[in-house]
Design a protein around this ligand. Structure first.
Ligand code: ASP
Length: 418
């Protein structure tokens, strides 16, 4: 055990994950046993995983709130913030647009789902998309305490930025409060170090429980869909992101992926970009060298509004469902999918399986039956893990590119070997 703890945290997490997957698959293949189910899978493993996720979530609101206030105090004013915000949002929209277009193209070329011949449901209750006005209104907090208590990320971002600006403008009193937040920032980072000590055990429990429940059985039935989603996720990760890093940021690719790998494993095992914020933020700031004022804004915002991996699943799923029901959605349908999937993720928290909920909006826009989701739900948990890793990688790519363009990225830290 001592030797295990001497390894770096990333290596510990990789080992924990591999052992967890192996144990999960063994449990899945054992003859059905009530005792194993109740005491191991839904007992110890489920409990261990849930405690770990709770501890991570416990960190999210304090970290985002405090680092964003510290970051805003360091910004040089409203103009710099305006530039930072518009660049970030624009890049988020473009990367999601590229992701979903790629997904639609690949799924269309591979004719995913053709020959399934699913029967159209006779009656289903459609979900409606919240009106744009409401989505915008929901970004502004009426009650900051409620926003913090509920973990409403967009409202917390807005409140922290206004609060941070007020601190900068408040003279001597503001200076005292600023120092308080700077000290709090240090304490919260220590808090994170403490929680990270149990990360390998948490990751082990999470993946072991998932693989014990699911195994690989369902994947065989939906192999075409499963492989198509994975293929596009890897295209986004290994072609689109490196291109953006190189072309827009003039940044080397290898350090990015090497340093992001543990954070992506975190996202993979928790299936939640929101719960991964503390780890991703820490990686982007401390290992990739993006300044706090940029990272503390770009990362939590991305966890809420930028979900490239999720958009990819939605693109492939739409074509799969359309083909399964033999419904032709045409080019205008594709355009609607791109638009809806890009907009639908704004304001939805990065939590497990939220992509399936927003998929209902996408299907609705192109007149496909929502019941089609039942066709793909069996493999969604495993895809959710993978797409969440892509989601956080996408946020971090933009953080580096925007950081570089704002002169807020330390090249020494970025290139430094760990
Ligand atoms: N689990 C994903 C995330 O947290 C969202 C999804 O695709 O369901 O980023």
């Amino acid at each position: 055990m001592k030797a295990f703890h001497r390894l770096s945290l990333s290596v510990q997490i990789i080992i924990a994950m591999l052992v967890g997957i192996t144990l999960g698959l063994i449990l899945n293949h054992l003859p059905a046993s009530h005792t194993v189910d109740v005491y191991v899978t839904e007992g110890v493993l489920d409990l261990g995983g849930k405690i770990f996720i709770s501890l991570l979530k416990m960190l999210v609101v304090p970290i985002v709130f405090v680092s964003l206030i510290c970051g805003t105090c360091k910004l040089s004013g409203g103009k710099q913030f305006g530039r930072l915000a518009s660049k970030t949002v624009l890049l988020y929209i473009v990367t999601t647009g590229v992701a979903i277009s790629l997904a639609l193209m690949v799924a269309y070329l591979l004719n995913i789902g053709a020959g399934t011949n699913a029967h159209l449901p006779t009656n289903y209750i459609p979900q409606t998309m919240p009106p744009l006005k409401q989505t915008i209104l929901n970004i502004f907090p009426k009650n900051p305490v409620e926003a913090l208590a509920k973990g409403n990320m967009l409202q917390i971002i807005i409140f922290a930025m206004i609060f941070g600006s007020a601190i900068s403008l408040a003279g001597e009193g503001g200076e005292r409060i600023k120092n308080l937040f700077i000290d709090l920032d240090v304490v919260i980072m220590k808090l994170m170090d403490i929680v990270l000590k149990i990360a390998p055990y948490g990751v082990f429990c999470l993946v072991a429980a998932i693989f014990a429940r699911l195994g690989f059985g369902l994947i065989k039935q939906l192999a075409g869909y499963f492989v198509a989603v994975l293929l596009v996720l890897f295209m986004q990760l290994l072609i689109v992101y490196p291109t953006i890093l190189k072309l827009l940021g003039r940044l080397s690719i290898v350090p990015f992926f090497k340093k992001m790998f543990p954070a992506m494993l975190f996202a993979f095992s928790t299936s939640s970009s929101s719960a991964s914020i503390p780890v991703v933020l820490n990686t982007v700031e401390k290992k990739l060298g993006v300044s706090e004022s940029v990272a503390a804004f770009v990362i939590p915002l991305g966890a809420t509004i930028n979900m490239d991996g999720t958009a990819i699943m939605q693109g492939v799923a739409t074509v799969f469902i359309a083909n399964s029901y033999n419904i032709h959605i045409g080019f205008s349908g594709f355009l609607k999918v791109v638009l809806t999937a890009t907009l639908a993720s704004i304001g939805t928290a990065g939590v497990p399986s939220v992509g399936l909920i927003t998929l209902t909006m996408v299907l609705l826009q192109v007149g496909l039956p929502i019941e089609g989701i039942a066709l793909i739900i069996g493999v969604d948990r495993l895809l959710d893990m993978t797409r969440t890793a892509v989601n956080v990688a996408g946020d971090s790519v933009i953080a580096c590119v925007v950081g570089k363009s704002e002169g807020a990225l330390s090249m020494d830290t970025y290139l430094n070997a760990e």
